[in-house]
Design a protein around this ligand. Structure first.
Ligand SMILES: C[S@@+](CC[C@H](N)C(=O)[O-])C[C@H]1O[C@@H](n2cnc3c(N)ncnc32)[C@H](O)[C@@H]1O
Ligand code: SF4
Length: 445
């Protein structure tokens, strides 16, 4: 059996540990606030804010994000009021939010540029004016080139944003038709050039491999066109097919999806194209030019991975505001209510809209650190007590020359890099103890 067939199994993406389906120690809102306060106790602690804007005008059938599809822009103002009210609740209960430094701000979605110029300002100004902002701040946002105007990018630039990630996915017209996302190359080119003209220093692309009807030839062309625009960073995501969670993913035929070997070849061929052009593969699914700060973060060993993907540095707190937003105080995870109406009702009743979360045990913290190390550095020193168990679980991978042990240090070899998620499963004590009976994760390849 080939390695791809052998290891193409359902596997978490490990943007957190424990992974969301294994969150069990739910915090009450009060306990969550206690963890937030603890995370900002040290005088030099720094934090990040994530703002979730769920709105999109149309639904892309592949999309796995938490979205609310509407063309009625009257939804903007009440939603901004909700986020600002949520922010005020935190300010009241976490006094150090005003004293510690804000290092990162990320606008994600949905589509942040769904908001008008005026509404972007009325969301961000009240938040930024109340905080102490670090000189070396990193402000970034996700941009849908089909729904972005120059004026929006200018206002965001004035507010301190320097990095944008453009949703590109694929340039092939047949693939675009099947994913319900018609986006001419010229549109992506225009936003890329405008952003650079305004002064954005990191313009990134999101591409996906494994979409319906993608072929080696079509993705070769997509990558070729991408390279012409020279994004500073490329997130090259593996298409996560989770139709049991996202009904819209049933809008195309499963037979059209490249799988196993075919899917992996799409990645490998594109990786060669990126590398020939000077990009460096960074951890899982990411490439960066050597001039980009993520590449520097790899060199300086400060690179971190969280719910937003790879970031340059770890902060002591990631505070997520808005419907479904996830927060992380390192010792506790917290997710907001996922249904927009319920989120809005809880905010109107002056409640922090807790849906669920997880308080990490000592053991969780140890494993979390190890998985983070593996996903950012391809190797990790494993605690003595866990070594035998993990060696046992990963024995086949060792025989297949995908990993190597140097005493207690586990290292992923070049040949093993496609199977990073499988190796992480070896460290995932919760999954090993209690593997799910129904499908909850997308395939690892
Ligand atoms: C919040 S979304 C995009 C922002 C913006 N709305 C847009 O579409 O341009 C962030 C990124 O997640 C990725 N994504 C969404 N659903 C995915 C899936 N099922 N599998 C892999 N990546 C996915 C896409 O590459 C997308 O650009
Ligand atoms: S890919 Fe972007 S625009 Fe499309 S539905 Fe998802 S969040 Fe909305």
């Amino acid at each position: 059996m080939s390695l791809i067939s052998k290891y193409d199994v359902p596997a978490p993406r490990y943007t957190s540990y424990p992974t969301v389906p294994y969150w069990s120690e739910n915090p009450s809102t009060d306990t969550w606030i206690k963890h937030v306060n603890q995370s900002l106790e040290k005088e030099d602690s720094k934090f990040a804010i994530y703002l979730h804007i769920p709105f999109c005008e149309t639904l892309c059938s592949f999309c796995g994000c938490n979205t609310s599809i509407t063309k009625n822009h009257l939804v903007e103002e009440p939603y901004i009021e909700n986020i600002l009210k949520e922010f005020e609740m935190y300010l009241k209960r976490v006094p150090n939010l005003k004293n510690r430094q804000l290092l990162e701000l990320h606008l994600g979605g949905g589509t942040p540029t769904y908001l008008s110029e005026k509404n972007l300002e009325s969301l961000l100004t009240p938040i930024l004016s109340k905080l102490n902002i670090a000189d070396e701040k990193h402000f970034s946002l996700e941009v849908d080139p089909r729904r972005t105007r120059k004026d929006q990018l200018e206002i965001l630039f004035q507010l301190g944003f320097r990095r944008i990630s453009l949703g590109v996915q694929d340039f092939d017209s047949e693939v675009q038709r099947l994913i319900n996302r018609e986006q001419p190359y010229e549109q992506t080119k225009y936003i890329t050039e405008i952003a650079r003209e305004i002064g954005y220093t990191s313009v990134n692309f999101d591409l996906i491999y494994g979409l319906p009807k993608q072929t080696e030839e079509s993705i070769f062309e997509t990558v070729k066109q991408t390279l012409k625009l020279k994004p500073d960073r490329i997130a090259f995501y593996s298409y996560a097919h989770v139709p049991w969670l996202k009904a819209s993913q049933r809008l195309f035929t499963e037979d059209d999806l490249p799988k196993g070997h075919d899917k992996r070849n799409l990645y490998e061929n594109s990786r060669r194209q990126f590398e020939e052009f000077g990009y460096v593969e960074i951890g899982m699914d990411h490439f960066a030019l050597s001039t980009d700060s993520l590449y520097k973060a790899v060199k300086d060993k400060t690179i971190h991975r969280n719910f937003m993907g790879y970031t340059d540095r770890r902060t002591d707190l990631l505070l997520g505001l808005g419907v479904s937003a996830i927060s992380d105080s390192w010792t506790c995870f917290h997710q907001n209510e996922k249904i927009l109406k319920k989120y809005q009702k809880q905010i109107s009743e002056n409640q922090i809209p807790t849906l669920r979360g997880h308080i990490l045990s000592e053991e969780d913290l140890l494993i979390r650190k190890s998985i983070l190390e593996l996903t950012t550095r391809w190797k990790v020193k494993v605690k003595e007590v866990f070594v035998d168990e993990i060696k046992n679980y990963l024995f086949q991978m060792e025989l297949d020359n995908l990993i190597i042990w140097n005493e207690n240090e586990l290292e992923i070899l070049e040949k093993g890099k496609p199977f990073l998620r499988n190796v992480c499963m070896g460290l995932d004590l919760k999954l090993r103890k209690n593997s799910p009976e129904v499908k909850v994760f997308s395939q690892s390849i």
